[in-house]
Design a protein around this ligand. Structure first.
Ligand code: ZN
Length: 245
């Protein structure tokens, strides 16, 4: 069924959330209450408030997140999606994740709605730096003297315009939307299944827990690993793709 939909669709877009990253061993942002972060919600640190008023805590929080990020690698699901883009089976990916694992796996058309934790930017001169820069004590100060911050969207900030435009261009005219590892609860995540259904697209939701959009979906898969599911579909697509005779 899903393989037929992928083959027949003129425009297929994948939307990914935290569930895609946790399979790489990256803790879910909201449940990352460990060590010194146990006492406060991660949303406290990932905010413009912490950036402005509690900068030391902000730096420590992101230093730890970047350290964790630099240890993880894309899993088989990321690799399958990069392969699908190469083969023209999907048109692009819209993601809520900031880990850059899609790009690391080779995906090119990615709209990263919440920015990237792999890149840092000076708040004064906009000079960019790789995330590794945050591992050193002096790594938070730019050559111009400005403060260097992760290029992620903090609570209290707008989504990057360029990424939003990229995502809208992808979802425009979509015929098949595949949601992977997102509960679709918060905005703008919930915008995409709504837009897809408005345009008469097929909606597929692969998420560990049920979502509010399951009733509108054409296919729902719960309690299954995303990487394993993608590999299974990929294997079926390859069999169908094989020339006959
Ligand atoms: Zn600077």
């Amino acid at each position: 069924m899903i393989t037929e939909w992928i083959k027949q669709s003129n425009k297929t877009v994948v939307f990914t959330g935290a569930g895609m990253s946790t399979e790489s061993g990256l803790p879910d942002f909201r449940s990352a209450k460990q060590g010194m972060w146990r006492d406060k919600d991660p949303t406290y640190y990932a905010s413009t408030y912490a950036l402005t008023h509690h900068r030391d805590e902000f730096i420590q929080f992101y230093r730890q997140r970047i350290k964790g990020l630099l240890k993880v690698r894309p899993h088989e699901g990321h690799t399958v999606l990069a392969e699908w883009e190469k083969r023209g089976w999907i048109d692009g990916i819209v993601t809520q994740n900031v880990d850059g694992l899609h790009q690391a796996a080779g995906s090119k058309r990615v709209a990263a709605l919440h920015g990237s934790l792999r890149e840092l930017v000076c708040m004064e001169c906009q000079k960019t730096y790789p995330a590794q820069q945050y591992e050193t004590e002096t790594g938070t100060t730019c050559v111009c003297g400005g403060f260097i911050r992760p290029k992620v969207v903090l609570f209290g900030e707008n989504l990057p315009e360029q990424e939003v435009e990229r995502a809208e261009a992808l979802i425009d005219g979509v015929e098949l939307l595949i949601v992977l590892g997102s509960s679709l609860q918060v905005s703008p995540a919930n915008f995409f299944p709504i837009r897809a259904k408005e345009q008469g697209a097929k909606l597929v939701i692969i998420n560990w827990e049920p979502t509010d959009f399951d009733a509108e979906a054409d296919l729902v898969v719960n309690r299954e690993k995303i990487g394993a599911w993608l590999q299974q579909v990929h294997a079926e697509l390859l069999i169908k793709n094989k020339p006959v005779g």
